[in-house]
Design a protein. Structure first.
Length: 416
């Protein structure tokens, strides 16, 4: 099983190519805050920011248009929600003044003052080594039960051919243990629109399990392989503010050639407590044949597959002195063509999961029959698109404009 997971995480997404021819929330009332995040000086949208309710596990992230929706159960008697993002001052907003739609929330850039910077002896690699040694101190050593929102989509050129999304329950094993995380689908939906002229159907294997494996702090032996730093060269980059704390940005790049391709990227490490707070990385695609092999689980004869770009993002959120997984996003672009054909099909695959709630009491693993397995295809486990109020009081990742329009089109196609 670990070997399968190693292959799965190194790809970030496993693709199945098939040739074709021709945790419940309470029922108490809730309030909804919706809007768009922008830079207070430039007016630029702020994407993938963390929106949360202080002293709770409730939260979501802004989408690629900077938009978000946050649902807060009234039984919490929460007064504020807060917004944080790299290099911005964490801002608090009153829930009572923000209820409603079409509101804009502005964040201020937070410049770094020289007097705030503390110097730690050693090189960039030494900072990474200290962060790894501090994982037990900075990350939860007890199991957590998380609620998350998962979405995956597949586009052929500009057209969406598949979108699937779900509220998932996540048993998050202690960071200090070798236990695997578990995922259970609570509520989900899907839509697809495979054209009759298409001769290829693309499916993602692993679904939300992939996001859990990309938790690079929990799985140091997978993905970018933090358990073997000799694979990489580390260099100091800039410094940034995250949640009002100064973070080093450590750039890393491969210095060896392995059987599997390695990664280029950045690690964000807090100066205050040496915690890894964020990671951005992409697969080394210089050896196209080697990179292509790690993505494909199954494909028809005569199909040529070539990845053209990959992007991975992992963020963590601090609560009560411990850090927890907050958001994971994977973007993959690739081309497919058949031998003796003059045209290529261009595809974009995206998957993301945002942790929207968390609790620490009375935690138990799921029954085996309820667990979503790594060899499962997510779209085969959820139903077709339902009504517009399908999600009810669950927090989700607000769909960006293109996904929202695609959902409407796919929903209409199901009615025909």
């Amino acid at each position: 099983m670990r070997t399968f997971k190693k292959n799965l995480i190194r790809t970030g997404i496993l693709l199945l190519f098939i040739a074709v021819y021709g945790t419940a929330l309470s029922q108490n009332s809730f309030v909804t805050v919706s809007g768009q995040l922008k830079d207070s000086k430039t007016g630029d949208k702020i994407v993938y920011a963390t929106i949360s309710v202080p002293k709770t596990g409730i939260g979501t992230v802004s989408n690629s248009d900077g938009e978000f929706t946050l649902k807060v159960n009234t039984s919490l008697n929460a007064e504020y929600f807060e917004v944080s993002h790299v290099s911005y001052t964490t801002a608090k907003f009153k829930i009572s003044e923000a209820v409603g739609k079409d509101k804009t929330f502005y964040l201020d850039l937070q410049p770094i003052q020289l007097k705030e910077i503390s110097i730690v002896p050693g090189d960039a690699r030494g900072i990474v080594e200290m962060a790894i040694r501090n994982i037990r101190k900075n990350f939860s050593e007890t199991p957590n039960m998380m609620t998350g929102f998962y979405r995956e989509s597949i586009r052929q050129r500009r057209d969406y051919v598949s979108i699937a999304e779900a509220v998932v329950d996540i048993y998050k094993a202690p960071y200090s243990s070798n236990q695997d995380d578990q995922v259970k689908i609570y509520k989900g939906r899907k839509g697809s629109n495979v054209k009759k002229a298409d001769t290829l159907m693309v499916q993602l294997q692993g679904g939300p399990n992939v996001a859990m494996l990309i938790d690079i702090v929990k799985n140091t032996d997978l993905s970018i392989a933090l358990d073997n730093l000799d694979n990489y060269q580390f260099e100091f980059g800039s410094m940034v503010n995250i949640e009002n704390k100064i973070n080093w940005v450590i750039n890393f790049s491969p210095i060896v050639v392995n059987e599997d391709p390695l990664y280029f990227g950045k690690l964000f490490i807090s100066q205050e407590n040496m915690a890894i707070t964020r990671a951005e990385f992409s697969l080394d695609l210089k050896d196209e044949a080697k990179a292509a092999r790690v993505f494909i689980q199954k494909k028809p004869m005569g199909l040529h597959f070539m990845p053209t770009s990959t992007s991975y993002l992992v963020t963590y959120k601090e609560q009560n002195g411990k850090y927890f997984l907050n958001y994971v996003r994977v973007d993959l672009k690739f081309t497919c063509d058949w031998k003796r054909r003059l045209f290529k099909n261009h595809y974009t695959v995206m998957s993301e999961v945002a942790i929207t709630d968390r609790r620490e009491n009375n935690i138990a693993k799921f029954a085996n029959q309820d667990v979503f397995k790594s060899n499962m295809v997510f779209t085969e486990k959820v139903q077709d698109f339902a009504d517009v109020d399908f999600w009810g009081e669950y927090n989700i990742i607000e769909p960006d404009n293109s996904i929202e329009n695609a959902i409407k089109k796919l929903a209409k196609s199901k009615k025909k």
